[in-house]
Ligand binder design. Structure first.
Ligand code: LUZ
Ligand code: MOS
Length: 762
């Protein structure tokens, strides 16, 4: 019987599949796994000083403590004592020297966490202290670099500056940022007949696998890493989950016992790396019509004590140093400086925000001197189609201007400006500020070879579907999007598809879930795998229904459709038939982003599959007596392409915004001159909470075409929205200038209430 119905597509879901279990506390993280009998607990002994030569490490008393099973040091490592990924400069356990306070020197393994903790108190070290450097510029002066410096150049910068009507120069600083993922770093390693199985809280299961294999002297097929989901990553678990995974694996392998090491919040704050602080110099040149003709910037990146991902982060700073603007003559230089703080690492935006802050500062500086609103300069210089970035990529489908203009019109920004001026004229001790922040972010790993992914799909003989990809769910909704892809490709309901853990044995050689590329790369690999199975099924349908022409066969609504007509063949029956016909109901999919490349010799190429654009308007009020402030409203117009999950994408934008505002206004990461982290608890490191987030947020989905390189043309949302938060710095500055037009020039984030007071009365 052929029923005539209009096929509907299972693609209009707007939710998060983990939501219900999260709310009920039923989602599983590493520390929630049932423990094997005999499980032991690890704990690293951290260096008490930031820099020094180890004279003696005395374990005696700690080893005697009841419950302590073993204490491992660098000498016990059977393979290579090395977790440095880009540069091999980071021992798992310190050897002769320590380079930051908190650096793991030994690994205690005990039969309880309490015993491991007590043992750490009994370890004694004798370290000859060496001078510690915490400042990037000073490290640079001393020639302490973690990797080669980089320079992107376009046009003739000196000639352009000579022609400029206006030239301004200055310095800028952005601080570090602690990830504060809800779930701390950790791993649980279980020995299995010579193989090590690791449950890890990582964005990069393959990174952990590789690191553990290296440390143990095993091959990769002897290490299996499994991730159900993680409680936040934000970049902090892209590379830095590896050390904890390797430590748990080391102990498990050598003791032949399950070993778990979950960091306490305090250990995590102390020992793990954070966003890179940057010190920068800028020079900007404009013509009489406010066109930016030339821009020069030098970035001193505070990389911490080991390279980690710093060279890649440095590169992205240069890629985003001109943000959403066309700058015909640019010279951008960046130095990766070695200091004695925990190795700085990936953090949402990956160096991009640090680069963008500087050009926004330069524009703000120029606007102030020229007595125009920053908006005038910003708007004039927004990228247009066909223009080129300093790294050689030509701008396509630039939504920079559409987002900006839509924002101004939709939110009546001109009216708001008048309103702010009126408010400021009427109020002496309370001032408002308004700032527009455009964002342009390149999508792809800047390291071209990382832009590929795989997926494994099984259709079981009862018609249910199990999928595995390299995507790690970290709260961002990657799993939800993966389930949406498989359901849509097979014409099923979401509930018929199960997403399995991310596992290196099922899906190998994964790139970390990072660079906002997870859903695109893994989604397209999954689409590829589903497509292979679908093709086999369609071939079977053609045979069964004797279709020899150009009939269109579709799988929709759990049924087979031919030329838009529902057939008397349900999905379940189709699968049973396919199984009896011995058709392969499993497939491995692969995807590699086409057309991208980058030449590091010339520093030119086409590194990004596409760009994400947007613009945010931020409105704030400053209490000019106390220096405290509120972010009253943020209005965003964001280029989502055609969003495949409006709820998830909206959540990413709101979360990114809050995190960006936190970085710019309150998260004040501080080290003493001896390299001790001063902001080492959540009582002296303030993160955004429900009281500090904007009182009102509106997000408008720009109806753009999207990109063929985005899964279903649904542009990724991971990192770009964080950079809207940069606008908070300038909105606050705007309010400060309304109170004190003579306020000093200061581009030094975060804009804490102390700094606000300094500017109000400086
Ligand atoms: N990680 C990485 C990233 O390895 N390469 C990148 O380009 C990147 N971009 C953003 C965030 N993480
Ligand atoms: Mo990242 S900063 O791990 O995308």
């Amino acid at each position: 019987m052929n029923k005539k119905t209009t096929p509907t597509r299972a693609d209009s879901f707007s939710g998060h599949l983990d939501a219900a279990n999260h709310v009920r506390g039923q989602s599983i993280y590493v520390d929630d796994l049932p423990e094997y009998a005999g499980t032991l607990y690890g704990r690293a002994f951290p260096s008490p000083v930031a820099h020094g030569r180890i004279r003696r490490l005395s374990l005696g008393a700690a080893e005697q403590l009841e419950g302590v099973v073993r204490i491992f040091t660098a000498r016990d490592v059977p393979g290579e004592n090395q977790v440095g990924n880009i540069v091999p400069d980071e021992p798992l356990l310190a050897e002769r020297e320590v380079h930051y306070l908190g650096q793991p020197m030994a690994l205690i393994v005990a039969d309880s966490m309490e015993a491991a903790e007590q043992a750490a108190e009994l370890i004694q070290v004798d370290i000859e202290e060496l001078p510690a450097i915490t400042d990037a510029r000073e490290a640079f002066r001393r020639g302490q670099l973690l990797a080669g410096s980089r320079k992107f150049e376009m046009g003739d910068v000196e000639a352009a500056f000579a022609q400029c009507e206006h030239v301004f120069e200055g310095t800028a600083h952005t601080g570090g940022q602690e990830h504060v993922y809800l779930e701390p770093q950790g791993a649980y390693a279980v020995p299995r007949e010579g193989k090590v199985f690791i449950h890890s809280s990582t964005q990069g299961p393959t990174q952990v696998q590789r690191a553990a294999a290296r440390v143990l002297g095993l091959s990769m097929n002897q290490v299996e890493v499994d991730v159900a989901r993680i409680g936040g990553g934000f970049g902090g678990k892209e590379d830095q989950a590896s050390a904890w995974g390797a430590m748990a694996a080391l102990a498990a392998h050598l003791l032949n016992k399950p070993v778990k090491y979950i960091l306490s919040r305090h250990e995590d704050l102390l020992m793990t790396g954070k966003r890179h602080p940057y010190d920068s110099d800028y020079r900007i040149g404009l013509d009489e019509n406010l066109n930016i003709l030339a821009y020069e910037a030098t970035f001193y990146q505070n990389g911490g004590a080991a390279a980690d991902l710093s060279p890649a982060v440095l590169e992205r700073t240069l890629f985003h140093a001109t943000n959403s603007y066309y700058v015909p003559n640019a010279r951008l230089t960046a130095h990766c400086c070695k200091t004695n703080i925990a190795p700085s690492t990936a953090f949402r935006g990956f160096g991009g925000p640090q680069g963008m802050f500087v050009i926004e500062a330069a524009i703000h500086h120029a606007a102030r001197m020229l007595e125009v609103a920053p908006m005038e300069i910003q708007e004039k210089n927004l990228l247009r189609d066909g223009q080129v970035f300093p790294y050689g990529q030509v701008v396509r489908e630039s939504e920079a201007r559409p987002c900006w203009i839509e924002n101004i019109e939709r939110n009546d920004i001109r009216g708001l400006q008048k309103e702010v001026r009126r408010y400021n004229a009427e109020n002496r001790l309370s001032k408002r500020g308004l700032h527009l922040m455009p964002v342009c972010f390149g999508i792809s790993f800047t390291n071209t070879m990382m832009n590929h992914a795989r997926a494994l799909v099984h259709v079981y003989s009862d018609g249910s579907v199990g999928i595995s990809t390299g995507a790690v769910e970290m709260g961002q909704g990657a799993n939800t999007k993966m389930v949406q892809v498989a359901a849509r490709e097979f014409g099923l309901r979401l509930g018929q598809v199960r997403i399995e853990t991310t596992n290196t044995t099922r899906v190998a050689n994964t790139s970390p879930s990072a660079a906002s590329a997870t859903s695109d790369l893994n989604g397209k690999a999954l689409q590829n795998a589903c497509g292979q199975i679908r093709q086999r099924l369609i071939q079977l349908i053609r045979q069964e229904l004797r279709l020899y022409g150009s009939e269109e066969v579709q799988l929709l609504d759990n049924a087979v459709f031919v030329n838009g007509q529902r057939q008397d063949m349900e999905w379940k029956g189709l699968i049973q038939l396919a199984f009896t016909r011995r058709i392969n109901l499993s497939a491995k999919g692969h995807y590699a982003t086409p057309k991208i490349s980058f030449d590091k010799e010339k520093e030119k190429g086409h590194p990004f599959a596409y760009h994400v654009f947007g613009a945010a308007a931020l409105l704030c009020t400053v209490d000019c007596l106390r220096g405290i402030y509120t972010i009253d409203a943020v209005h965003i117009v964001h280029d989502f392409g055609s969003s495949m999950n409006v709820g998830v994408d909206l959540g990413q934008v709101e979360g990114g915004l809050a995190q960006g505002i936190g970085w710019m206004t309150m998260e004040n990461l501080q080290h003493s001159t001896e390299g001790r982290l001063l902001s080492q608890t959540l009582s002296n490191y303030k993160i955004p909470d429900i009281y500090s987030v904007p009182k009102a947020v509106s997000v408008h989905f720009l109806g753009s075409e999207g990109s063929d390189f985005a899964i279903y043309k649904s542009k990724t949302t991971g990192e770009p929205p964080l950079m809207y938060g940069i606008g908070a710095y300038f909105a606050l500055y705007d309010a400060i200038l309304a109170f004190n037009p003579e306020a000093p020039l200061l581009y030094h984030a975060p804009m804490t209430p102390e700094r606000v007071l300094g500017l109000l009365y400086g």
